[in-house]
Design a binder for this molecule. Structure first.
Ligand code: TRP
Length: 453
């Protein structure tokens, strides 16, 4: 159980470096595509409340747990669990994480590809070429999806090979605030349009009768997805973390930023949905359900850009899709880094080769999804809604009952002197041992019962 410090592994350059990388991993399609879609799908504000509860009562504690395990062991998830527990139970959690990460990345790449394709869609729409614009904008256009998926995979592999702390760290520092700026500017614009008031109402006034087992499962899955939890991404990122950094504080920053950006994105998309509805765009079917939830954001926002119109509309739309693509890229690298670091550490393969092997396997699945985007829903159900909370559950049980919270608190003392006496830390330990496993289990048991019924 010795701490194995591998000095050859990289570390984050600065205190901010880790927070930026972890926030970059957290903020992505989950915030701007996933969250608003879930809110719309699950009846508005009721979902938001449950989502917040999941993020704060389960997400944040699990995030602290993952980072602590990563920093203690300095390893990829499989190696980390192995080195804290020789019984073999732990390694299963790591393998599960590697599998979920790869499968989530597979559909993530396809959606990321849509962001780039929409840059072209918008350009061709502006220049009046409706045929090309339709080609790029068609979400189930297999060959187009495949091309952009491959492009996105190449970017992801390129960054994984070049190291995280260079360009991407610097770029996100400037570009993410710009993304927030565009979101806020668009919110202000949307609020002036007819129909938005109904959207705002839906977004802030909860209808508690809508809270169901299904909704809670979706909210829990979305919380894990958006915070990048449950598959060891933050174990891996934590393994590059210096000992003098305060883990609790960093995790709290990341969680707050992630929730904040999702909230802002919802404040844009939900009112924009009702504006589009007001303008005759079909969003709900006869049964009242969203016509296609994966397409929602990609239907509603281009409509909004068209409303703005002219060169300004073009400028805003291109900036938006490029920045969303960049946000997706800082997330996809964290998904790929987990299996890659596993292959490097446990099989002694060089980084370049490892990223090509893992990338190739993921790409295989991503290409299948490119030609059948209906699979996205299935992948989300299995690997995101069930897979991630399951990984989180096992992580809590492992930390609380196998490795023991006392050992974790000793690790937390690094960068947080006096951690053992902090009531926040004690509360965290209690949550990891009891509250989080119970809450996640309840969600699972209700889901299973619903399935059998
Ligand atoms: N959190 C990212 C998003 O919201 C997606 C993501 C990146 C992720 N790394 C992850 C999801 C690890 C689950 C696990 O877009």
């Amino acid at each position: 159980m010795a701490t194995i410090e591998t000095p050859s592994r990289g570390t984050w350059n600065s205190k901010l470096g880790f927070i930026l990388a972890a926030a970059g991993s957290a903020v992505g399609l989950g915030n701007i595509w996933g969250y608003p879609t879930q809110v719309a799908d699950n009846g508005g504000a009721a979902f938001i409340l449950v989502y917040l509860v999941c993020c704060i009562l389960v997400g944040l504690p699990v995030m602290i747990a993952e980072i602590t395990i990563g920093r203690k062991t300095g390893k990829n998830p499989v190696g980390a669990f192995k080195s804290l527990d020789s019984s073999g139970f732990g390694a299963i959690i790591g393998y599960w994480g590697v599998l979920c990460g790869m499968m989530i990345l597979a559909f993530y790449l396809v959606i990321s590809g849509w962001t780039l394709a929409y840059v072209f869609e918008e350009i061709f729409k502006y220049s009046g070429n409706s045929e090309l614009s339709a080609w790029f904008g068609q979400l189930d256009n297999g060959p187009k999806n495949a091309i952009f998926t491959i492009v996105f995979m190449l970017f992801t592999i390129g960054i994984i090979n070049g190291g995280v702390s260079g360009g991407i760290e610097r770029a996100t520092k400037v570009l993410m605030p710009f993304l927030i700026f565009i979101l806020v500017a668009m919110i202000i614009y949307v609020f002036t349009l007819e129909g938005s008031a109904e959207g705002i109402r839906q977004y802030v006034l909860p209808d508690f009768s809508l809270i169901s087992g299904d909704l809670i499962l979706s909210a829990m899955g979305q919380a894990f997805f958006s915070l990048s939890l449950g598959m060891g991404a933050l174990i891996t990122y934590g393994s590059y973390l210096k000992k003098n950094q305060n883990v609790m504080e960093s995790a709290t920053y990341v969680t707050v930023v992630d929730i904040g950006i999702a909230f802002i994105a919802g404040l844009l998309v939900i009112p924009a949905m009702y504006v589009a509805l007001n303008q005759g765009i079909m969003i709900f079917g006869a049964d009242g359900d969203l016509i296609s939830s994966v397409a929602l954001v990609f239907t509603v926002l281009p409509q909004l850009f068209e409303n703005i119109g002219g060169p300004l509309g073009l400028f805003i739309s291109i900036s938006f899709f490029l920045l969303l693509g960049l946000a997706a890229l800082t997330s996809s690298i964290s998904l790929l880094e987990v299996p890659v670091s596993y292959v490097i550490d446990e099989h002694g393969i060089k980084r370049k080769k490892a990223s090509l092997i893992v990338g190739g396997i993921v790409l295989f699945f991503a290409l299948i999804i490119s030609f059948d985007i209906g699979l996205i829903d299935i992948f989300v159900n299995i690997f995101n809604e069930i897979g991630l909370p399951l990984g989180g559950l096992m992580t809590c049980i492992f930390l609380g009952w196998v490795w023991k919270t006392g050992n974790a608190i000793t690790e937390l003392e690094n960068g947080m002197p006096g951690a053992a006496n902090s009531s926040f830390v004690k509360l965290w330990a209690f949550f990891i041992m009891y509250i989080c496993p119970v809450l996640i289990s309840i969600v699972f048991i209700t889901t299973v019962l619903n399935l059998i019924r």
